[in-house]
Structure formats: C-alpha cells, structure tokens
Design a protein around this ligand. Structure first.
Ligand code: TXA
Ligand code: MG
Length: 320
C-alpha cells in the first residue's frame, strides 16, 4: 500500500526516480510524474487507465517556466497568470517541443498551471522539471479531494501520497484557451468568466459546450466524474415519486427532505454557501456511492459563480 506522509524529500526522491506519486493541490489531488520523463508519463496513463488520447496538464512552481513549455504566448495570458497564479486557472498554449507528444496527446497545445498549495509549491520549486498531474482518480470516476480518496482508488498502484489535507477549492481548475482575439473556457472551475473578464477587460469570452467525443475539445467529454451508482438530478420530491420502489440517497444543496432517513442524505452546505458546496462535492458523491442505496437523487445548486462549475460536474456525473 502507498505510504501517506508530509515528507517532501521523499516525494522528491520518488519523482526523480521516475516514480508516480499523488500530490495535493487546492483543487483536487493530482497523480504526478516528471513531465520530461516519457516512461514516467506513460506510467501515469497506465495507473489511471486513461486513454492515451487524453492529454495531461503540466504543473509549474514559477510562472517563468511558461517560456520553457510554450511559445507565442499572448499578452493576455501573462496578465491572467500574474493575477490568478498560483491558482486554479489552466492555460492552453502552443506547445514547445521540450514536451513529449505523449503528454499532449499529439495536440499542438499544452495545458499549464501553477497550483496554489503550499506543500506542492515547495515541491515544484525544488524540482528541476515540471510535473504532469491529472486528477488522481481512475479514469471516469470522481476526483479525489483527500488522501483517503486517493488511497481507496490508487493505494495499491502507487508508492507514495503526499499529505496536504482536504483540497481547499474542491473542483478542478478552470481551463481556458485563446482563439484569435477570444478567450474560450473549456472547463468551468472556481475562476468564473466574470472574474476573467475583470482582469482582461473587453475581450470576448465563450464557454465551450461539452461534446460526446473528446476529439474536438479534450477535457470536455461528457462522461466524467461519475459515481458507480446511477445519479438523477432534478426536483427531489418529483424524483422521489419516480424512484419510490428503490433505496435512495439524496445529495442536497442546503436542506433535508422528509420521508428519507437523514443518514441517506448529504447536504453540500447547510448554510447555503456555494464555496462550501464545491469543497464538499466530491467527498459527498463518494460517500453516497458507498451507501447501501440503489440510486442517488440530486438537486442542482444555484447557477452562479462556482455554482455553475458544480452543476457542470453534477450533470456529467449523471451522464450514462
Ligand atoms: O485542477 C486541476 O486541473 C487538476 C489538478 C490536479 O491540477 N487536474 C486535472 O487534470 O483536473 P485532469 O487530467 O483530470 O483534467 C485535465 C483536462 C483533461 O480533461 C484534458 O483533456 C485537458 O485538461 N487537457 C490537458 N491537456 C490538454 C491539451 N493539451 N489540450 C486540450 N485539453 C487538454
Ligand atoms: Mg480528471
């Protein structure tokens, strides 16, 4: 079984010897390897059961590393990096050939972010290479926000999990790309279109809709983040009547519903906070998945700010 520890030196040793380990970030735990080491990168795909067609995000400890990895970096990118890094914003930029095509799945773009977690920033700053780090879950399953979640899914497949507590944000980074003069949001996260607009001024920002295939826009496939149990979203009383012959669990925003034991209901935020809901979302899905129930019934949360990213993940979790 994986060792779970806060020892940075040990983390560094594993990474320098082509091993794959789990690391904390402010969004979710990542499955990390030396981005310049093709054999270590290949292990990441194998450990996650991830198709080679789905590229990996690079993590850096210093914004200046952008220039080692990408070329033709738009001015607006630098403004965004300066404002949001370290933080949950991933930039899609033209790839330099310092990075293997295995990392980018033969796309001409590379995804890069500087995560905001004190331990992982220290680790990145000690290393002489960037880290690839997809979320540390098996392909298609819910992302991990605690070391316990990582251990449950990958504990027998990796030697080490760097302990960093529960991830402060709780959902994956916002991914943006640049097309001509426009900014395209490929994945919603805690940094909203409005927050980006505030920094870059009058640039047009589009949110790219999901596609069933990953070919057109990697990162936007619908089937993602899904618990094993079927999940239905809507008005809970209506869902309860359509599922009245089944054992149900409820994922609720801020209140309990009658006719279902409280043990089978998980509240995202009793005080109605969207930030707290994001923080609790993936743990809540995994908790419900482990219950003795047949189906998970869920509400959407208010569709504003980070609530939009939460609803996006719920919608994907319900996709079959
Ligand atoms: O918050 C996060 O971004 C977390 C933490 C660990 O940093 N990482 C994460 O990685 O969510 P992952 O691999 O689970 O999701 C990254 C998404 C994938 O869906 C992938 O298809 C897309 O980013 N992506 C990565 N590189 C890309 C590229 N070169 N072009 C287009 N999409 C890319
Ligand atoms: Mg993922």
């Amino acid at each position: 079984m994986a060792i779970i520890n806060t020892d940075l030196y040990l983390a560094q040793q594993f990474l320098e010897h082509s091993e794959v380990i789990a690391i904390p970030t402010e969004t979710v735990y990542g499955l990390a390897a030396n981005a310049y080491d093709e054999s270590a990168v290949a292990k990441v795909f194998a450990i996650k059961n991830r198709p080679l067609s789905n590229p990996l995000i690079l993590h850096i400890g210093n914004p200046a590393q952008l220039y080692d990895l990408a070329h033709d970096i738009p001015e607006v990118t630098l403004q965004l990096a300066e404002h949001f890094w370290p933080g949950p914003l991933t930039l899609l930029l033209p790839q330099k050939h310092t990075i293997s095509d295995v990392v980018t799945a033969n796309s001409s773009l590379v995804a890069i972010r500087m995560p905001n977690h004190p331990i992982t920033l220290q680790l990145l700053q000690r290393l002489t290479f960037p880290l690839v780090a997809p979320s540390a879950n098996l392909f298609g399953y819910v992302s991990p926000t605690t070391t316990t979640h990582v251990e449950r899914q990958l504990g027998t497949r990796i030697p080490y999990i760097l302990e960093g507590g529960q991830c402060a944000v709780g959902i994956e980074s916002t991914i943006i790309g640049f097309e001509a003069q426009d900014i395209i949001i490929y994945r919603l996260g805690s940094i909203s279109a409005e927050a980006i607009a505030e920094v870059v001024g009058p640039v047009s920002i589009h949110i790219r809709k999901h596609s069933k295939s990953s070919l057109t826009t990697p990162g936007s496939t619908l089937q993602h983040y899904a618990p094993h149990k079927p999940l239905f979203i809507g008005d809970i009383p209506t869902l309860l009547s359509t599922h009245k012959d089944q054992k149900v669990g409820i994922l609720s925003f801020d209140r309990y519903y009658k006719d279902v034991t409280h043990d089978h209901q998980v509240l995202l935020s009793p005080t109605g906070s969207l930030g707290e809901s994001a923080y609790n979302l993936f743990a809540a899905l995994q908790k419900l998945d482990a219950m003795e129930i047949d189906v998970i019934l869920s509400t959407y949360v208010p569709d504003r700010g980070i609530g939009r990213a939460i609803n996006d993940r719920l919608m994907r979790a319900s996709f079959r």
